[in-house]
Write a protein that binds this ligand. Structure first.
Ligand SMILES: [Zn+2]
Length: 300
């Protein structure tokens, strides 16, 4: 009897393929099929910025970003909006939607607590505070985070994932321009006080073979502290208006990468299908393809 049930289970598992059973193809598997994933409009480079703490100096930074067509992500502790000790130097709730329009408001722990030093319930509370407040103020689902003080461990990462956040930035620098494959431990390339002009020039000369990124991070108030606003202004001027660069927030990049990770072979193994809810851009044997949600690409 046991044997019959087992055989039946095996037979059923072969015929009842659910959406959950779809095996998405890794970047390497796609490359084996001669498919190169790209960003929208078949670009392989992207530039993004990640700024923490939500200081009033964000106003000046955003003015610079807007002037040069840059899109940044701003990680702001939501409870600091109403904390009397903090609120003087913080952006105001009433200006958030307008100020950060074209950019992204992201989480940074409601009270900026070091998450590795507190119990899971407190970690969850810090995340819930940001999720609730930012979704109410911006009207958008919160998907991202920057770990306060760059501190994280597996418990923190798992709770973040459970809460539905899809990316979180750390401080340790990335070793290459390849786009991260670990979005919950997303490394930036450099703090803006490093030699970002050299880094920018290196990236402009770089010839990517796959999705790449240059991600700069910092705090906007540091430009006032070091009196070096010219540093970010010159960097943005250097990097602006390049037809091969996708200027995007971290959220844009993480959502796009999430969609690009939902390509799977059809049952007959002859085509690739886009199982995501947004178009995915790719190059197949030199041909530029925009694969709409649900559509398939026939492999030759
Ligand atoms: Zn911070």
């Amino acid at each position: 009897m046991k044997k019959i049930l087992f055989t039946l289970a095996v037979l059923l598992s072969g015929t009842m393929l659910h959406a959950d059973d779809v095996k998405y193809l890794s970047r390497k598997e796609l490359e084996q099929c001669n498919i190169i994933l790209t960003y929208p409009q078949w670009k392989l480079k992207a530039l993004s910025f990640s700024y923490d703490d939500g200081n009033i100096a964000d106003r000046k930074l955003i003015e610079i970003f807007n002037r040069f067509g840059m899109h940044g992500t701003f990680h702001i502790p939501s409870a600091w909006l109403t904390d009397p000790k903090r609120s003087v130097s913080r952006v105001k709730e009433a200006e958030i939607k307008t100020l950060y329009s074209g950019h992204e408001v992201s989480g940074h722990g409601a009270k900026h607590v070091t998450l590795t030093l507190v119990k899971p319930a407190r970690i969850a509370g810090e995340l819930d505070g940001d999720i609730t407040t930012w979704q109410r103020i911006t009207g958008k689902k919160l998907i991202g985070y920057a770990y306060p003080f760059g501190r994280y461990n597996d418990t923190v990462v798992n709770i973040l994932k459970e809460k539905g956040l899809i990316y979180a930035r750390i401080c340790k620098p990335a070793k290459s321009f390849d786009l991260t494959e670990d979005f919950l431990r997303w490394r930036p390339h450099a703090h803006h006080n490093r030699n970002i002009m050299k880094l920018g020039n290196d990236y402009l000369k770089f010839v990517p073979q796959r999705l790449s990124l240059l991600l700069i991070w910092g705090h906007s108030y540091e430009f006032n502290k070091h009196n070096n606003w010219d540093r970010i202004e010159n960097f943005c001027k250097l990097m602006a208006n390049k037809p091969d660069i996708f200027y995007a927030t971290m959220g844009d990049i993480a959502l796009y990468a999430g969609a690009a990770a939902k390509l799977a072979l059809t049952a007959d193994g002859k085509s690739i299908q886009n199982h995501s809810d947004r178009p995915v851009f790719l190059i197949y044997k030199g041909e530029k393809i925009e694969l709409a949600p649900g559509k398939t690409l026939c492999l030759k």
